[in-house]
Design a protein. Sequence first.
Length: 213
Amino acid sequence: MIAKLLLEATLDTLYMTFVSTFLAFIIGLGLAIILVITNKNGLKPNKAIYNVLDIIVNTLRSFPFIILIIVLFPFTKFIVGTSIGTTAAIVPLTIGSAPFIARLIENAMNEVDHGIIEAALSYGATKTQIIFKVIFIEALPSIINAITLTLIVVIGFTAMAGAVGGGGLGDVAMRYGFQRFRPDIMAYTVIILIAMVQIIQSSGNFLYKITKK
C-alpha cells in the first residue's frame, strides 16, 4: 500500500519536474536570446525591449512560488480545465521556472568570449549562426548547469505544489505524513526527494564534464 503510493507519487513528481522544466527551458531560452541580443553589448542593442523583458523576468522571479500557484489558479483552469492535479501544476511550475532559467542562460551566454563572436562576424556569419552555432555552443556547459539547477529547484516547487493539490510527493507528505501523523511516510518522501536531487546533480555534473572537454 505505502510502496504503491510512494511509487505513484514519485512518478507524478518526475512527470511534473521534467515536463515543466522542458517547457520552461524553451521559454527561458527564447527570453535569454532576446536579452542577450538586445543588451547594450549585444548583436542588435535595443534598450526599450531589453528593459521591458528585464522587468518582466525580475518580477516573475520575485514571486514566492506558493503565491504564484494561487494567483494562477484561473489561468491554469483556463489552460488545462482544472486548477488541481499534476497536469495543472505544470502551468505554474513552468511560469515560475522560465524566468529563473532565462536569467541563468542569459548569464551563461554573456560569459562567452567576445573575441570568438567578433571572429565569427569577420568570417561573415549571420546573427542566427552566431547565436546558435557560436554563443549557444560555447555556453553549452554552463547551460547544462543551469538546467540541472532548474530541475532541482523545480523538485522543491513540486513539493509546494503538492500542498495545494498539485499531487506528487509533496501531496503524499502533506496528506499522509503530516495530516495523518505518519512520520515514516514523511521520512520516505524526504529520502526519495534527496535521492532524486543527488541523481540529477550527478547526471548534470557528468554531462558538464563531457561538454566541457
